[in-house]
Design a protein around this ligand. Sequence first.
Ligand SMILES: Nc1ncnc2c1ncn2[C@@H]1O[C@H](COP(=O)(O)OP(=O)(O)O)[C@@H](O)[C@H]1O
Ligand SMILES: C[C@@](O)(CCOP(=O)(O)O)CC(=O)O
Ligand SMILES: [Mg+2]
Length: 303
Amino acid sequence: MITCSAPGKVYLFGEHAVVYGEPAVCCAVDIRTRVSVGPADSVTISSSLGTTGIDFETHPYVSAVVERFREITSLEGVSIRIVSEIPVGSGLGSSAAVTIATIKALDTLLGTGLELDDIARMGHEVEQRIQGAASQTDTYVCTMGGVVMIPQRKGLDLIDCGLVIGNTNIFSSTKELVANVAELNESFPEVIGPVLSSIGMMSTVGEDLVNSKDYVSVGKLMNINQGLLDAIGVGCAELSSFTYAARNNGAYGAKITGAGGGGCMVAIAPRERVDDVAAAIAAAGGEVVVTEATDIGVREESR
Ligand SMILES: Nc1ncnc2c1ncn2[C@@H]1O[C@H](COP(=O)(O)OP(=O)(O)O)[C@@H](O)[C@H]1O
Ligand SMILES: C[C@@](O)(CCOP(=O)(O)O)CC(=O)O
Ligand SMILES: [Mg+2]
């Protein structure tokens, strides 16, 4: 049995706009998905979602990874077991983490010798196939770890303050939210185009602020980014309520992370205010995860 793991992520800036080629800044976080693989006669995929064979309804990402390996190896059967700390369909990159950890686990089992860049590329192809339109952000960050600016693939300084996540526990499908933004953009290109460019500008302006650890200014930009995410229709009442609760209780800034429409928001906060921010989000009805940035990307855990 070989076990590999990959981290989840939060966006400091730029989700959705990054699908249109705008820059984004994304940060790997210390909650992980673990995938164990071993030889078997047929394909079995087991997770909290159920136990299946190749099945594009229940396990689309993992099924697509297996099909991809069948193109480059003589893979017939394999047993795949997924255990994840990352809530599914929540904006924390569960799809990227399960995809990348599965690729690394199969690469290790089958001895295909993929480099990290190959793993990230294959992961992106899988996300594009399943999600429709997908940026390289989640799969790249979760492969490499750390804080990364996309599309430059430039590593920024690790975030050195508290990260508090508030989960609405409202399931949201990234594929659907990305399609909704595309529809809005088709209806009102003159209005939505500039909003997407402004979201991209957050990363351009924010890059130096992240590297100089000016989290007061990073937080202000995150708040502006949140307003623009609301403008493109990916907010919801719960996400707004949690972001205001965080900001009113000591956070530098707070916004949706990932696709939105439900899922999670993220606040950055001084470490001494993390408990206050967490309590405020919980009082507003959120499920809280306190975490940290991590520079540990995909890795083998045991064999
Ligand atoms: N632990 C897991 N086990 C199996 N499949 C998973 C797991 N986590 C995520 N997935 C897959 O990823 C999908 C959610 O991806 P997506 O809509 O992009 O949301 P997220 O924001 O969490 O990445 C799930 O429907 C499932 O297909
Ligand atoms: C909305 C988007 O920018 C991020 C989606 O992240 P998540 O799947 O919600 O964790 C889509 C993408 O970049 O592919
Ligand atoms: Mg996803």
